[in-house]
Design a protein around this ligand. Structure first.
Ligand code: URA
Length: 252
């Protein structure tokens, strides 16, 4: 039987090999597995639709228009899980029949932060679920020799304290880009950060955990699958190749 959510979030068990590729989800509607560490929580979303779309994304014969559409659909599914703790406030509304108690998203609005360039391909799928969110941009480049990330552009509020931040970055590979983005947001005052990734590599997760151990700001990474490893070029294996190139072609 699948663990319930509380059991799952306090578990440190390693995923089954098939779950690491996101290919072997059971028929249960939605199962999640999470690993809780000191400040970092990784949540692998196991769902048949997630596994199905991810498999098509991995396929080298999937063309760019299809890849973009599948990415958006996959992000919407991941966003459902990633927004489980989005803040709401109580409201009373009138239905055509009677008054009813309900909730609406609380102020301040959530902030969605795609990391350029490939994170842009995830934006539409995210705002479909959170249409009132505000969007900030963070441009980060990975040096292909040192594999270190540096910021080349940013369009974000100076102060993001009190905002729930959702970072979009498809590939958590070496972890350098995401670690730098999370640190950037924490320096701007963020204290509630969730990253949404399509794929992650164990090496990158370990690096983020150790690099950000000093932050004392808990953050969650929601991912469709935890893959096996990185290759010598810093690509996720089996992965899906270069996410930016597959989304937008090789021009950028
Ligand atoms: N970035 C990508 O686009 N793909 C990888 O496999 C690793 C980093």
């Amino acid at each position: 039987m699948a663990p319930n959510r509380d059991q799952a979030t306090s578990s440190r068990e390693e995923p089954r090999p098939e779950a690491r590729r996101g290919l072997g989800a059971t028929a249960d509607q939605l199962q999640t597995r999470a690993t809780k560490l000191a400040v970092m929580r990784i949540q692998v979303v196991e769902h048949p639709l997630v596994a199905h779309k991810l498999t098509a994304l991995r396929d080298r014969t999937t063309n760019s228009p299809t890849f973009r559409r599948l990415t958006e659909e996959l992000v919407t599914l991941l966003a459902y899980e990633a927004t489980r703790e989005v803040r709401t406030e109580q409201v009373t509304i009138s239905t055509p029949v009677a008054q009813a108690e309900g909730v609406r998203l609380a102020a301040p609005k959530p902030l969605v932060v795609p990391i350029l360039r490939a994170g842009l391909g995830m934006l539409e799928g995210m705002v479909r679920l959170l249409p009132t969110a505000e969007v900030g941009f963070l441009g980060m480049l990975r040096n292909e020799e040192t594999l270190e990330a540096s910021t080349y552009a940013e369009r974000l509020p100076d102060d993001v304290s009190g905002r729930q931040c959702f970072v979009l970055d498809p590939m958590l590979a070496t972890g350098g880009t995401l670690a730098a983005a999370i640190r950037f947001l924490v320096h701007r005052g963020a204290d509630h950060i969730t990253a949404i990734c399509l794929l992650a590599a164990p090496e990158g997760c370990a690096r983020i955990e150790s690099e950000l151990a000093d932050l004392h700001v808990p953050f969650t990474i929601v991912v469709a699958a935890m893959d096996d490893r990185l290759n010598e070029r810093g690509y996720i294996v089996p992965g899906l190749g270069d996410a930016g190139d597959r989304l937008y072609g090789v021009a950028g």
